[in-house]
Design a protein around this ligand. Structure first.
Ligand SMILES: [Zn+2]
Length: 155
């Protein structure tokens, strides 16, 4: 018919690619676990992502990782679009993501004033510093086992 067949983009395959992209700061988490993948739009083809923390240097690294993963999987025509509203919050971290954070020794975010120690499970913990190894995490210490740990900040 003379019409060039348009390549039909497989949304599930694209989502499966995103599922393999690790978070640059916490490699046990994928960007899907973090909840920053908002979805896929067909026209024009693009994946929608929400940056985690404004000014967080990880955002650029995450976009680079997504670009590389999409290109490697043959989805060069798929763009990456940042969606700023509604803003990402730690609430969007999936259950699997929370379990992985805990297993990695980082207390998952919660609205509670105390954090559960990821090492011994004690609730007897204190915040040592608002600033951990990255702007996204705070430094905590468990008063039961005396181990320091990091907690994802809520916001
Ligand atoms: Zn402890």
């Amino acid at each position: 018919m003379g019409v060039v067949a348009e390549k039909v983009l497989d949304e599930a395959a694209i989502m499966a690619v995103l599922e393999t992209v690790p978070d640059p700061e916490i490699p046990v988490l994928t960007i899907t676990d973090l909840g920053i993948v908002r979805g896929f739009e067909h026209d024009p083809p693009r994946v929608l992502i929400s940056p985690t923390y404004t000014g967080c240097p990880a955002t650029v690294a995450i976009e680079t990782s997504i670009r590389e993963a999409l290109d490697a999987a043959g989805f060069e025509e798929v763009h990456i679009q940042r969606v700023l509203f509604p803003p990402w919050t730690t609430e969007w971290i999936t259950e699997r993501g929370r379990a992985r954070l805990h297993a990695y020794g980082i207390a998952p975010p919660s609205s509670s004033a105390t954090a559960q120690c990821p090492l011994c499970g004690s609730e007897e913990t204190v915040e040592v510093s608002r600033f951990g190894s990255t702007p996204c995490k705070a430094q905590w210490r468990c008063t039961a086992c005396l181990e320091p740990f990091e907690r994802f900040k809520c916001h």
